[in-house]
Design a protein around this ligand. Structure first.
Ligand code: FER
Length: 169
């Protein structure tokens, strides 16, 4: 992977050094879909999150966005070396009540926005972690089949094992 074009349309799974496992689909030049497979907000999944997606230098990419929950995220990917470093800035309320955010968020945008007003933002809970990328696929841009169902135990292994046929192109 050498250009921004190579990164747009990529699908990745990675495990943070704290054990949290995440799945990211770079859907197009300003949109991501993702699933969270383990960790504080395991079970959460999101489609069509707007994000800033750039190439820093050849093979080094950065994705940054702010969630309807008020959580801010900035991720640096080096796919050819299977390395990622991410920083997640959780509002206080998400750290205290992660259960509220564990859903298919697209069906609960109003709940996320009322919760971020109702509960405490500060102090934020900052999680800076390296991650190891365990899967890189190239399903192409705007593929609605990549992130199309809720995460389940064993799903990331099924993806790595090639059990999702539509991802193999
Ligand atoms: C990630 C870190 C955080 C990620 C998504 C999030 C898909 C989102 C967190 C949240 O909404 O609570 O690496 O990648």
């Amino acid at each position: 992977m050498n250009t921004l074009k190579d990164f747009i349309g990529a699908h990745m799974i990675y495990t943070y050094d704290n054990g949290w496992e995440y799945e990211m689909y770079v859907k197009n030049e300003n949109t991501i879909d993702y699933r969270i497979h383990s960790g504080m907000v395991a079970g959460r999944w999101v489609k069509d999150q707007q994000a800033d997606i750039v190439q820093i230098i050849a093979g080094v990419y950065k994705i940054s966005w702010t969630e309807p929950t008020g959580t801010d995220v900035s991720l640096n990917f080096v796919p050819d070396q299977n390395i990622m470093h991410g920083v997640i800035f959780f509002p206080k309320w998400v750290h205290e009540r992660p259960d509220i955010t564990v859903c298919y968020q697209n069906d609960y945008i109003d709940l996320m926005e009322t919760s971020r007003e109702k509960y405490d933002t500060y102090p934020k809970y900052v999680v800076p972690e390296f991650a190891t990328i365990t899967y890189v696929g190239q399903p192409g841009t705007n593929n609605e089949q990549v992130i199309a169902e809720a995460p389940y135990n064993g799903m990331t292994q099924d993806i790595r094992d090639g059990k999702f046929a539509m991802l193999n192109n």
